[in-house]
Each structure stands twice: as C-alpha cells, then as structure tokens.
Design a protein around this ligand. Structure first.
Ligand SMILES: Cc1cc2nc3c(=O)[nH]c(=O)nc-3n(C[C@H](O)[C@H](O)[C@H](O)COP(=O)(O)O)c2cc1C
Length: 368
C-alpha cells in the first residue's frame, strides 16, 4: 500500500496546494528513511557465506513486509530457518499460508545468493514436521551461479498503475515456464473485476482493514524505528501528515475523504493492468506453500530481467468468511478442482519504485 507522489497529489484533493516554508522545504529534502534502507546497502558485504546469502535473502518479497523470518546459525556451515510466531496476519492470513509463501521467497533468494557466491545449499524443508522450523540448510563449497541472482537488487513489488501497453506474447510465453500467464482480454477483465471487488471487501471489513492500518508506518521516524509493514513516507506524504490530512485516525474511517480517495486510487491502480500471473498447486501442504514462494521469487526476478513489473494482489485468495465468494470465483477461474491458487499478481509495464524498508540482518539472528 505504498502511496506514491501521484497518489499523494490526488489525496490532497485536486488543486489544494501546500505553500511550504523555507524551513519546511529543507525538512522535506531529508525524508528518505536511510536507516530502514541500510540493509539493501549491506547486502553482500559479509565474510561468512551464510551471512552473505542471508543479507540478500532478507530483501525477499513477503506479505505486508512483516519479515517473519528468524535464523539460527549452527556450526561452521549450517543454519535453521524459523517462522517468528509474533509475526502473523491473523485476520487476512489465518492459516499462515501467505506467511509460508514469503518464507519460500526468502529461501529461494538465499539459495540464489549463495550460488552467486560459489556455494550450493542442501535444503531440508520442515525437518521436524510441519509444526517445527521451516528449513535446515547446509552450505557447501562449489556451485553453478544462476543468472536470475543478478536481478535481486532491482526486484520490486510494483504497487502502481501499469502503462496501457500489452505484454508481448513472446514475453508471456517465456514467463509461462515460471507461472500461468493471462493476457487475453476477457480473462484479464474478469480478473480486474475480481481483484477490485476483493479489495473492496478488505477495505470495508473493519477488522481486516484495521490489520493493515496497524501496520502502517507514518513518516521517516516511524519507518526507521519499525522498518516493516506498510511504509507511508517521502516528502509528499509527509507534507500531508504535517497538514493533518493523512493520519492513522482517518485510515479506517469510510466516511473520511482521505479513506474515499484512497479507495478510488486503488480502483484506478487495479484496473490499469494488462496481464496477470498465477501460481497454483495440486495440494496445499506447508511444503507446497514454501515451494510456491520459491517459484514466485524466481518469477519476480525473471520479470525484472525482462523490464516487466509484478504486483501480488492477494485479497481474493484470502481465507476469511467475508472473502469466501471471491475465493471460490478465483479458484473456479484459475485452478482445476481441489487445487489451490497460491499467488495472483498483476503483470505489465510499471514505473520504477523505491526499495522497501528492512530490519537489519543482526535483528533476525537467534541462538541455535
Ligand atoms: C505471499 C505474498 C502476498 C502479497 N500480497 C500482496 C498484496 O495483496 N498486495 C500488495 O500490495 N502487496 C502484496 N505483497 C507484496 C509485499 O507487500 C512486498 O513484497 C513487501 O512490501 C516488500 O516489498 P518488495 O517486494 O517491493 O521488496 C505480497 C507478497 C507476498 C510474498
């Protein structure tokens, strides 16, 4: 839900202009949350091959940027990946399905980064069963680097309207080895409607919207103090915060103009979509969910390499009662009976977007 400059201009109400004082202008030039972005600069600077791979892994996509990973280093060459049980989305992801997909993204990025550094990784998923740690990994010298690793620093989830420009069929065909790609107009129109109606359910169901609002970080100081969740930063949004137009209070008040304009911006963004990417699995075990995350990460790196933008839109796949009709529609449309749609994403040509915040690696290490 990162709001951009364009969205901000709309939020300030089509014409209202804030006359910034010279002091305010100075303030506004320093709004980049550098502390929160520091982990991007530290990626690849560690001597221990495990730490080096982990410093890239923590840049992986994950739901609501919760970064639910915890890692215990073991001996000289091994580690165990855990899910931090305090980092969950109980309203919109009650079974931790999306959390596990994020763990898969983390693992794939770790393996790719290790390979780029000359190490292969022996992975065992859920070594103690599905209730235990997510994975055990042993690093070994010698690997064939995967070219996708070169895209790690440029990969983004692009939460913006996409250009009115089709995804060429040759590119779509190449991406078919990573995911199901939909470019035909009738299916794309159906998916736009589905994604929008599902988003409306999330917006207007108080407890699911509140889950997002509780994860919003308002401005540089909050983002640097808690580099996770939904970061609302940058000079324009901070101008709105200073003016009292954008605040935690109005975010879940459907009567407020800020809420209404936010909803409208989402509608516009979701409709500016020329194609979709979809991942499904025949069964829905924890290993399937982690594997879907590994595939999503590879897809996102491949789209980056091809100059395409990718944006997960997960609402219709979420498992809570109000969403059930949209969940059923998504599954009827996108997967054979009994299969699970693990990921749905917008695909197209989007603008470049900034790096999202991350907690430092050291905060994610725990004792074995
Ligand atoms: C399983 C999963 C579900 C996600 N669902 C959504 C979503 O519904 N809407 C959205 O804007 N972003 C979604 N994201 C993207 C995350 O918000 C994003 O990865 C995170 O904020 C970090 O940003 P980055 O991917 O640009 O590094 C999802 C990511 C994952 C892995």
């Amino acid at each position: 839900m990162t709001l951009s400059r364009r969205k901000t201009l709309a939020l300030i109400g089509g014409g209202t202009v804030f006359a910034a004082s010279a002091a305010a202008a100075g303030f506004l030039t320093t709004r980049t949350p550098q502390v929160a972005q520091r982990p991007w600069e530290l990626a690849g600077t560690y001597a221990d091959p495990r730490l080096n791979a982990l410093s890239f892994a923590l840049l992986a996509p994950n739901p609501h940027n919760l970064q639910p990973w915890q890692v215990a280093l073991e001996g000289e060459d091994a580690l165990t990946l855990h899910h931090d049980p305090t980092r969950r989305l109980p309203e919109t992801d009650p079974f931790d399905r999306q959390i596990m997909i994020g763990m898969g993204c983390f693992l794939e990025q770790m393996v790719l980064a290790a390979g780029a550094g000359g190490h292969s990784v022996d992975l065992t998923l859920f070594p103690d069963g599905e209730g235990g740690p997510v994975a055990h990994a042993i690093f070994r010298t010698g690997a064939t680097p995967d070219p996708l690793a070169a895209q790690i620093m440029d990969r983004r989830s692009c939460k913006e309207p996409f250009e009115d420009r089709p995804v060429p069929s040759a590119l779509a065909n190449e991406l078919e080895s990573f995911a199901d790609i939909y470019t035909d107009a009738p299916t794309v129109e159906t998916l736009k409607t589905l994604a929008w109606e599902a988003m409306e359910v999330e917006f207007f169901t108080h407890r699911t919207m509140q889950e997002s609002v509780d994860l919003m970080r308002f401005g540089k100081a909050e983002i640097n103090a808690n580099p996770d969740g939904i970061d609302l930063g940058g000079p324009f949004l901070e101008t709105l915060m200073l003016a009292g137009v954008l605040s935690r209070e109005v975010q879940n008040d459907p009567e407020s103009s800020g809420f209404k304009q936010g909803v409208e911006l989402y509608r516009t963004m979701l409709h500016a979509t020329p194609a979709y990417a979809v991942l499904t699995t025949p069964t829905n075990t924890r290993a399937d969910q982690v594997d879907a995350g590994r595939r999503w990460l590879r897809l996102n790196l491949a789209t980056t390499a091809k100059g395409l933008a990718l944006h997960p839109v997960s609402q219709a796949l979420q498992e809570y009662p109000e969403m059930a009709p949209h969940y059923a529609s998504a599954h009827a449309l996108l997967a054979p009976a009994e299969h699970t749609v693990q990921m749905l994403g917008r695909l197209g040509y989007g603008p470049s977007t900034p790096r999202t915040p991350r907690w430092p690696l050291e905060r994610k290490l725990i004792n074995a």
